[in-house]
Design a protein around this ligand. Structure first.
Ligand SMILES: [Zn+2]
Ligand SMILES: [Zn+2]
Length: 257
């Protein structure tokens, strides 16, 4: 099985070496795709961007059947053409499209949530995601749809399908029309309630005609690689979705799923 979402030292918030990532993955019997953060036009200079030339220079020798080279691209409408060129001009195996910023504010920090109800904050986030998906037609999979549920500054941060069913349906229809995958991010899967709520979300993806998901831990340290993957397999089975990964920008079907 592939962990399709791993950050090493080229990501400004990770100091995991490729050696330690490989060692950890091998120990767990899994393969992985490195997906470094690239948030073009990120409001703080030098954060979440990396030197793509150096990335390929330093990592190409490590590339093989069990270690692929991808990118996690921050989707933001003011950088679409630069992002498109970046993807077209570089030989990534896999491209995750993620929303990390809304109103040019990092969802990690409280500013974005100030003066908003939870419903307003989450709805705006999902609207931006839908809007980005209409433009970013060169990604392979939509990253962590529940990203906001990690950091929302509310007593109950969870993302409930029932509260946002219309917009989530629109997002899924767009993904399906454009033949894109949905990532199942296992970062929040050490919590039973989160798993339950995510099953509601991913089940709906299947009901609307979605077939393929990628599974990623979003690891920033070796121990997190492949975390909660047994649970992800179970969620995929319950939701009737097939786990895939990408190599050379093409969908690969894991023999086991
Ligand atoms: Zn992300
Ligand atoms: Zn990530």
């Amino acid at each position: 099985m592939f962990d399709t979402h791993v950050h090493t030292v080229f990501s400004s918030d990770s100091d995991m070496s490729i050696e330690s990532a490989k060692k950890s993955a091998e120990g767990k019997g899994i393969s992985f795709i490195i997906t470094e953060h690239m948030d073009l036009n990120f409001p703080k200079e030098d954060l979440f961007r990396f030197d793509v030339g150096r990335y390929f220079n330093e990592y190409s020798g490590w590339r093989g059947d069990n270690l692929l080279l991808g990118i996690e691209l921050g989707m933001k409408k003011d950088c679409i053409e630069d992002a498109r060129k970046l993807i077209e001009n570089n030989a990534f195996d896999y491209v995750i499209g993620s929303v990390h910023l809304v109103e040019n504010k990092d969802l990690y920090y409280p500013d974005y949530y100030e003066g908003k109800t939870k419903h307003e904050a989450y709805l705006k986030y999902l609207q931006v995601m839908l809007d980005d998906l209409k433009r970013f037609d060169f990604i392979d999979s939509l990253g962590h749809i529940d990203y906001i549920a990690r950091y929302g500054k509310f007593e109950d941060r969870e993302l409930y399908y029932k509260d946002f069913s219309d917009i989530i349906d629109e997002i899924f229809v767009k993904l399906i029309q454009n033949d894109k995958c949905l990532e199942l991010n296992t970062r929040r899967f050490n919590n039973e309630d989160s798993i339950k709520n995510m099953i509601d979300v991913y089940k709906r993806f299947g009901e609307l005609g979605g077939k393929y998901i990628t599974v990623g831990s979003d690891a920033h340290d070796p121990s997190a690689i492949g975390a909660n993957f047994k649970c992800a397999e179970e969620v995929a089975r319950i939701c009737n979705l097939k786990i895939v990964y990408f190599k050379d920008r093409a969908k690969e079907y894991d023999k086991n799923f």
